[in-house]
Ligand binder design. Structure first.
Ligand code: B3K
Ligand code: ZN
Length: 896
């Protein structure tokens, strides 16, 4: 049992049932077992007497029988690490109740009752950061998915909607600001320096959307007038010292509100919208009704402390949580298997919003890069699951790139097939039909099918089949014209074999290699396992541009010459297709080289073609720097790992080759060195041109991006010179993007400038947690030879703590993503991450479990490293008292 997360029982008994760690083999919850809850809860009243060390919660639940459910004489209430101080039914003390594990069951004879339960919780002991916890002296909550049961006994499931009225009271000096969901209805002073606030949320909601915040906060406020003319008070609540870094968050919120009205016809539905930034938070943010709670990382931004990417992340997460008000809160999920109903759809909505704010091409490329970095590996590994999973042991483990990002891609495919206008009719129907309900993915598909006039019978397979489809492409020039034969296979994944073909929409165009003329685009939908499409021949030497815009989340396998790829990289009129051709050019070369398939001459040719393509991109005057920067990004080592593990040398079935991270790293570094050497003049020219663009210039953002890339390539070929350039850039930087870009280069070099600038960075930003997180990350991610020892030393730094998830991630998640350090052939990197999991599990199981997946790649890696990774997983599995979270991920990683 986890003492640190277990509140002391008021009767002195420490044996409170903790749902996260009991029993040893936690039960499997199955989608097919769904049953409606036997009771309705029209009204919930909560009374909080707030204290950091002890908070008492008095809950009053009005319950009545649910006519649509199987009747029960018992009211089953979830609990986690709670004890009831008192239970009353209809105003009388009751002893007709019992505990079953962590849960409380009350016998109820009639059709309608009032149940009152009092509990006492200890927020400052709550290191798991689920339920009510203390952060920097303030109190805040996180309830999704199953945190409300750590506050009070309750039917803590998303299909039980209730109207909440809340009274909160506490010391006025400690908690001057008292916030909850909905509208504030009353405030007042009490005796002994205490005060209270009462809140009422008129919109029935599930318990996971409950939130409360009490603390010493100030607001950056700015009203928003809705399309129907209502004024909404918008507040960004932060600690006083952070108020100057909230402009971007407020602006992003206003833009999101306007965009959702214009694009999806959705208007906000309360007079108040509060966002609170907290430093201790398990994930990015939470969409609680009218009171979003955010990780500070996704609220605070100014140019001196946040990079351009940080600004984008703030905009994206603010939008995401706001959009949940309709796709998540007004229409919520019937059960947690339906998570992608709200998450996939909301990710798509935030992606479309950011495309509109910042430009479609670059945003689409970024989103595909994230999908390939996080979701493709998940789909190819032991944790693969469909976007609508069939079972889980711990739902926190299913907030995944699959549910979120692949979920968004699946809905995006519907949009591509219907077109924007018909898709909007589909979403309108969905919102109209299910407003106020707890719905299912099936409800969503049916509404789109009807509203957007699509046939989605076969398409439903995307919801139940895991694995990234692989599409092989072959083209034949025939007497009549030109045909393209496409075949799809969906790899086996844990528990799933022999999957049926899925509809795969592919935007496609055929260009003429000889004349250079570009063909017209069309959308084809591959439905069968194999299909042949006749396409107009635009001229000799047809070059196929396929999956333009990345219309489908699939892997295209095609044998295309380097020359044809170079043509697409330089000429295609679809920006994504250009990016893709550049990636393929590099991936093809690097995987073949890392697999030892290239002799010296082939290796030299491969690098020359890539260098020529880079040269053409640097010289292309029609490109803006933001897009140029995308085209110049080399495939990541994670992506190359995936490509190598799933590519087949000469003919035999896919998936036989194992990834060799050492060889991948060496080849990629060698390519960088060649590019830096061969393109020295061009890269220095690019750097100088970009350096001259002022920060506030509309082209400044793109300029900073290409400047960082030029510097990284130059550093690979001439480290000494690059150290000087990076140090100069660091010293003169007026913004964090340039500062971080310089530090990234310096961190990987053995140069005196490295230590001096790391110290200067630390001294300047000491006390600013988000920037000090960057300082940890820069070092943990570096390609320095001694990175493992550096990370060990950083873990001893006074600023390091296992209790703050941002800090833990800044050091160890960065390290787990550092291919050089993590995959060190000694196995030390694997051991370090396994040690982190074991140390963190009793403190914060949700965050600990997130570190398992890097080790779960063992089956796809060369045998030496595979054995080391597996041994670490087995060591974790043997530990006593593993949390449900970590137990599930480790056992799937070993079994899958
Ligand atoms: N819905 C929350 C995620 C909650 C995660 C709980 N483990 C944030 C979001 O997706 O918007
Ligand atoms: Zn979300």
């Amino acid at each position: 049992m986890d003492i640190a997360t277990t509140p002391t029982n008021p009767e002195g008994n420490p044996e409170l049932a903790d749902a996260a760690t009991m029993p040893k083999e936690p039960p499997v919850i199955r989608r097919e077992d769904y049953k409606p809850y036997p009771w309705l809860l029209p009204e919930t009243r909560l009374h909080f007497d707030l204290g950091v060390e002890a908070t008492t919660v008095a809950a009053t639940l009005k319950v009545e029988r649910n006519p649509d459910a199987e009747p029960s004489g018992e009211l089953f209430l979830n609990g986690d690490s709670l004890k009831a101080d008192s239970v009353r039914v209809d105003g009388e003390a009751s002893d007709d109740w019992r505990m079953e594990g962590a849960d409380l069951i009350v016998s109820l004879p009639g059709a309608k009752h009032t149940v009152e339960i009092t509990t006492t919780i200890q927020p400052d002991k709550n290191t798991a950061l689920m339920g009510l916890y203390a952060s920097n002296g303030m109190l805040c909550t996180q309830c999704e998915a199953e945190g409300f049961r750590r506050i009070t006994f309750f039917p803590d499931r998303p299909d039980v909607l209730s109207t909440y009225s809340v009274r909160m009271q506490g010391a006025k000096d400690q908690f001057p600001i008292l916030l909850c969901n909905g509208n504030k209805t009353e405030t007042g002073d009490l005796e002994d320096g205490r005060h209270f606030a009462e809140w009422h949320d008129p919109w029935p909601k599930p318990s996971y959307l409950f939130a409360l915040v009490a603390g010493d906060l100030v607001a950056h406020s700015g009203p928003f007038t809705t399309q129907s003319g209502r004024e909404v008070e918008c507040n960004i609540w932060v600690r006083a010292e952070d108020i100057d870094r909230t402009d971007h968050a407020l602006k992003s919120l206003h833009q999101s509100m306007k965009w959702d009205e214009e694009t999806f016809g959705r208007e906000y539905d309360l007079d108040l919208y509060n966002i609170v930034a907290v430093s201790d938070f398990n994930m990015g943010a939470m969409e609680n009704k009218g009171l979003n709670v955010f990780n500070t990382k996704y609220v605070l931004a100014d140019p001196d402390t946040a990079t351009d990417d940080d600004f984008d992340a703030v905009e994206g997460v603010i939008a995401h949580e706001y959009f949940h008000n309709w796709s998540g809160n007004r229409i919520t999920c019937r059960d947690w298997f339906q998570l992608s109903l709200k998450e996939g759809f909301t990710v798509l909505r935030d992606q479309l919003f950011s495309q509109d704010m910042r430009g479609e091409a670059v945003k689409r490329i970024e989103d595909v890069r994230i999908l390939r970095a996080a979701q493709f590996p998940e789909d190819a590994g032991p944790l693969a699951h469909p976007i609508r999973p069939d079972s889980y042991r711990e739902i926190s483990n299913f907030y995944t790139a699959t549910v979120y990002n692949k979920g968004a891609e699946v809905i995006r495919m519907m949009r591509s097939m219907a077109g924007e206008e018909r898709f909007r009719k589909g979403t309108d129907l969905y919102f109209d039909r299910h407003d106020g309900e707890a719905a299912t993915c099936e409800d969503f598909i049916s509404a789109i099918e009807e509203g957007a006039e699509l046939q989605l019978a076969q398409f439903r397979r995307w919801y139940r089949q895991a694995g990234t489809p692989r599409i092989s492409v072959s083209q034949q020039n025939t007497a009549r014209g030109f045909t393209l034969t496409l075949s799809q296979t969906i790899p086996d994944t844990p528990g799933q074999t022999n999957k049926g073909p899925m509809p795969i929409p592919l935007r496609i165009a055929v260009h003429c290699g000889e004349t250079g003329s570009l063909g017209e685009e069309q959308l084809i939908v591959l439905k069968e396992a194999e299909e042949t499409f006749e396409l107009p021949l635009t001229g000799p030497d047809p070059i196929v541009s396929i999956n333009r815009g990345f219309t489908a989340p699939v892997i295209i396998e095609r044998a295309m010459s380097r020359e044809a790829l170079a043509f697409l990289a330089a000429r295609d009129n679809d920006p994504f297709a250009r990016y893709e051709a550049m990636q393929e050019l590099s991936v093809g070369h690097l995987v073949a080289a890392a697999s030892g398939e290239l002799d010296e001459e082939e290796r030299a040719t491969g690098k020359r073609v890539i260098a020529d393509a880079f040269r053409a991109i640097i010289a292309d005057e029609e490109l803006d720097d933001a897009m140029r920067g995308e085209l110049m990004i080399l495939p990541s080592e994670t992506y190359l790992f995936e490509a190598m593990a799933s590519s087949s040398p000469a003919g035999p079935p896919s998936g036989e080759r194992k990834a060799d991270p050492g060889a991948i790293h060496a080849e990629r570094e060698q390519l960088k060195t060649t590019l830096g050497t061969v393109l020295k003049r061009e890269l220095e020219g690019l750097y100088a041109r970009a350096e001259a663009v002022p920060f506030d210039d509309p082209a400044g953002r793109g300029a900073r991006k290409v400047k960082a890339q030029a510097l990284a390539l130059l550093a690979a070929s001439d480290p000494e010179k690059a150290a000087g350039m990076a140090a100069r850039q660091f010293d003169s930087a007026g913004n964090m993007t340039d500062r971080q870009g310089a530090m990234m280069v310096l961190a990987g070099l053995k140069a005196p400038e490295r230590e001096e600038r790391l110290a200067a960075f630390y001294d300047r930003f000491k006390g600013n947690d988000l920037v000090i997180d960057k300082w940890f990350t820069l070092q943990a991610l570096s390609l320095h030879d001694d990175v493992i020892n550096q990370v060990k030393a950083l873990a001893e730094h006074p600023d390091f703590t296992m209790n703050n998830p941002n800090r833990v991630r800044s050091l160890y998640m960065a390290f787990a993503g550092n291919p050089k350090g993590f995959h060190d052939a000694s196995g030390e990197g694997y051991r370090m991450i396994a040690d982190v999991i074991l140390a963190l599990d009793p403190i914060n199981p949700q965050t600990a479990a997130r570190f398992v997946s890097p080790l779960g790649k063992w089956r796809r890696i060369e045998p030496g490293r595979a054995a080391l990774m597996k041994a670490e997983l087995e060591r974790i599995a043997k530990a006593d008292n593993l949390s449900r979270d970590t137990f599930e991920q480790v056992s799937r990683s070993l079994d899958g």
